[in-house]
Ligand binder design. Structure first.
Ligand SMILES: Cc1cc2nc3c(=O)[nH]c(=O)nc-3n(C[C@H](O)[C@H](O)[C@H](O)COP(=O)(O)O)c2cc1C
Length: 486
């Protein structure tokens, strides 16, 4: 039996009531097409008129039953979005709304005008949790007049659906809800993240570089249900519930509280991954191949190395559809990366100078989000490790006086020492500690380097002196001359 799950949000008809929340599905392109099909719509990652780099890392911190994020609305700007994403969206059979942001009401309006009518863009979700730069930095969403001004600026520039995403950091959400309804919003999304802070007690500072971040996940669900309910009671337009939805029952709470549909973040990404697994399992049976050897691209499943063996992914979806239920609960702690380093060095026996001739880093960071950043971390890690191996030491004299208290005495590496570019071998074995398989990249760049370099130096010294032992770090040129002279 097939069930009709379609819903109408204002004038927009959606094939299902579950939508991907802004920022949790990127621009939708990161998730294979079939998994996107489980969704009624996607709201894109938030963008500004111009490209933005976002905040420096760390940008994410796990908290009990939730997480804090301070991505800083990194994005390609309107031109990048129109060029790189909208043409892909235009091919999809469900709507993509763009989450829009600005520093002034006129900037929201300008951004809407730039995007209005672009094929692939089905509507707008206004993120009013942005600081109003012209009015002292207060969130637009905290002030009914500012929230209405932004809504009006957007409404004037488009006939497409306009949804307004409310901030929870207000004393009466009903007042804001009514203000944006009067200014022309077609629907409300309740709610955005709560502002939170988490402190690293060892480092004595906040875990996020931005200090504060948006709290999402199951931790905020009861608060979100309450605020969505208050918003729904205040207006006549539809309200879309958001906040900590991980299970069908969670979504139902929002629907019972008066919402027409829901948006989900982390749980959706995990469910999509399970769905992909189910599909590949089924396709493996049809294609007589191991599911691990299958690839999905543009809705077509192929067998790795046998391109002739292929079938549209839709062929393995049963008539009643595929259904998965997933929950995101970041209970397990960190996942660690691993690495293996190899060094070829030349040692000058007269001066004790070490030259690294060749350096290879094979590392496994789990799924890499940004390979360039991972490569940068490996290069930086290598430079650190080289310093630990050959130069850097905290030394004390016999009376306990610290002798390397300044950079005049503490020999830190510079570009002069880091001359050999390491060769990188990337291996990706995703961890099961989080849905996306991320591990982290720092350790595998730094930790093995002192061992690899000092072992290579010891090996070189043994060509001259078979019993040479490198027994401490750093293995300085003085120490090398001393070992060879013993
Ligand atoms: C990593 C991340 C990025 C987000 N980026 C945006 C954004 O660009 N614009 C926006 O309005 N909301 C953004 N949000 C908020 C979500 O859309 C959603 O309101 C919030 O995560 C609560 O839902 P959840 O508990 O189901 O994840 C982001 C959330 C996360 C976790």
């Amino acid at each position: 039996m097939s069930v009709d799950t379609s819903v109408a949000v204002g004038a927009m008809n959606l094939r299902g009531p579950v939508l991907a929340a802004s920022g949790t599905f990127g621009y939708g392109t990161e998730v294979p097409l079939l998994e996107r099909r489980a969704l009624g719509a996607i709201v894109s990652k938030g963008i500004f008129l111009r490209p933005r780099e976002g905040t420096p890392p760390p940008r994410i911190a796990e908290t009990p039953s939730g997480m804090l994020n301070a991505i800083g609305l990194q994005g390609p700007g309107a031109d990048g979005l129109v060029r790189d994403y909208a043409p892909l969206w235009a091919e999809w059979d469900f709507p993509v709304l763009v989450n829009i942001n600005g520093e002034s009401a006129s900037e929201y309006g300008e951004l809407t005008a730039r995007l209005d009518g672009v094929p692939g863009i089905a509507g707008f979700e206004i993120n009013i949790s942005c600081p109003n730069v012209e009015q002292g930095g207060m969130f637009f969403g905290n002030d009914p007049r500012a929230a209405a001004a932004v809504t009006e600026a957007v409404r004037k520039r488009t006939k497409l659906p306009v949804w307004v995403k409310l901030t929870p950091m207000v004393s009466d959400i009903g007042v804001i809800a009514r203000a944006v309804e009067s200014a022309g919003a077609d629907a409300l999304c309740a709610i955005n993240t709560f502002v939170g802070m988490s402190i690293d007690l060892n480092a004595y500072r906040p875990r996020l570089s931005f200090r504060t971040g948006g709290l999402s996940g199951p931790a905020i669900r009861p608060l979100a249900v309450h605020l969505a309910h208050q918003a729904a009671r205040a207006v006549h337009i539809p309200v879309i519930g958001i906040g900590g939805i991980a299970r069908v029952e969670d979504a139902l709470e929002f629907l019972v509280a008066g919402c027409s549909a829901v948006q989900v973040g982390n749980a959706a990404s995990k469910a999509a991954t399970s769905l992909r697994k189910q599909l590949l399992q089924r396709a493996g049976e049809v294609l007589e191949a191991d599911a691990a050897d299958l690839l999905i691209e543009d809705g077509i499943i192929t067998v790795r190395g046998t391109p002739g063996k292929r079938l549209p992914a839709t062929d393995v979806v049963p008539e009643e559809g595929l259904e998965v239920l997933e929950k995101f609960d970041p209970k397990r702690g960190a996942a660690y990366s691993s690495g293996c380093h190899a060094a070829v060095v030349a040692v000058d026996p007269d001066t004790g100078q070490v030259e690294v001739l060749r350096y290879v880093i094979a590392h496994d960071t789990g799924k890499a989000i940004n390979e360039l950043i991972v490569e940068g971390q490996m290069h930086g890690g290598y430079a650190h490790g080289l310093g630990y191996a050959l130069y850097e030491a905290a030394t004390y004299d016999p009376d306990g006086t610290y002798r390397t208290a300044s950079f005049l005495d503490y020999t830190i590496v510079s570009t002069g020492e880091v001359v050999t570019e390491p060769l990188l071998v990337h291996i990706e074995t995703p961890t099961d500690a989080n849905p996306e398989g991320f591990k982290g990249a720092g350790e595998s760049g730094t930790i093995p380097a002192p061992a690899a370099i000092s072992n290579a130096v010891e090996d070189a010294l043994r060509k001259r002196k078979p019993d040479a032992v490198v027994d401490r770090l750093p293995i300085t040129s003085d120490r090398i001359v001393e070992i060879l002279g013993q």
